[in-house]
Design a protein around this ligand. Structure first.
Ligand code: AMP
Length: 283
């Protein structure tokens, strides 16, 4: 596996692949790789001749009181996992190269509407940081296909919106969420949990399944339903940020005829903010 940190050699490699007619797949990550990330790589390998994975902990998407400095960085282990999967190129750009003129002056990409709701309301500026780094990485790697996890469902919709709005020449693929055996969605942030918190964490998923059942059985008093499940999660030790039931296609509040829903949750366990979601097909 080739490891590239600078942008020029990446562009040169990209030019070579183009000459060879290779289909290029791209998986952007912040590292500390787990089976969720590796599932994206496996999916990319199905569609593409070469797979580029990036590892970049993006300061622009962290709020002032968030975990940028504490975010786990495990490059040597990550390299081993990617090598074992047969990844072609690992791209590890440096902050000073990505934001060469400084974050204050950085041109940004913002997908309005979608970026301000749900997680965006709790984390102002987060999705601007995500859209901007993904746009920049797309410009550097110029992939034919890019792969994102449904674990970050709103992020996936925002990236799809950006690609459509800016006529970017690539296909975005969503990959289902990988879970631990007890249902907890895999996440680098799970490492922050104490053993006691880790034991409570799977309640997010079991409560999402409970919500799905209720909706499938015909409950449509979503406000009451959400209040009931917030209470359930708070009772076992969470501090719920939000539970939302939305259209899976638009992320807007669903009409009565809507058949493809997504239920999204964000909740704190101690200082750790966990997110999860599940889609509901009523058709
Ligand atoms: P991150 O390193 O957290 O920025 O995530 C990089 C990519 O991996 C994003 O597209 C995430 O949605 C995806 N991802 C993270 N966790 C999971 C998971 N448990 N299952 C599937 N994809 C995931």
């Amino acid at each position: 596996m080739q490891v590239i940190s600078d942008i020029l050699p990446l562009r040169e490699q990209r030019r070579q692949w183009q000459i060879e007619g290779k289909v290029i797949g791209f998986v952007p990550t912040m590292g500390n790789l787990h089976d969720g990330h590796l599932g994206l790589v496996k999916e990319a390998k199905k569609h593409c001749d070469v797979v580029v994975v990036s590892i970049f902990v993006n300061p622009m998407q962290f709020g002032p009181n968030e975990d940028l400095d504490a975010y786990p960085r495990t490059l040597e282990n990550d390299k081993k996992s990617l090598e074992a999967l047969g990844v072609t190129t690992l791209f590890t750009p440096k902050v000073d190269d990505i934001y060469a003129r400084g974050l204050e002056q950085q041109t940004f990409v913002e997908v309005p509407g979608l970026s301000y709701m749900i997680c965006g309301a709790s984390r102002p500026g987060h999705f601007r940081g995500v859209a901007t780094i993904v746009c920049k990485l797309f410009n550097m790697v110029q992939p034919n296909h890019a792969f994102f996890g449904e674990k970050d469902f709103q992020q996936l919709q925002i990236i799809k919106g950006m690609v459509q709005d800016l006529s970017m020449n690539l296909t975005v693929h969503g990959v289902p969420t990988k879970r631990e055996d007890d249902g907890l969605a895999m996440s680098s942030r799970n490492h922050y949990l104490t053993p006691e918190e880790r034991a409570i964490a799977p309640h997010i998923y079991t409560n999402l399944l409970g919500l799905v059942d209720e909706v499938k059985q015909g409950r449509r008093d979503f406000l009451a339903l959400i209040a009931q499940y917030k209470e359930k999660l708070n009772q076992v030790g969470f501090k719920v940020d939000y539970i939302e039931i939305r259209s899976a296609d638009t992320l807007l509040h669903p009409s009565h005829e809507e058949t493809h829903l997504v239920i999204l949750v964000a909740a704190f366990l101690g200082k750790t903010r966990l997110i999860d979601n599940i889609q509901v097909d009523l058709s």
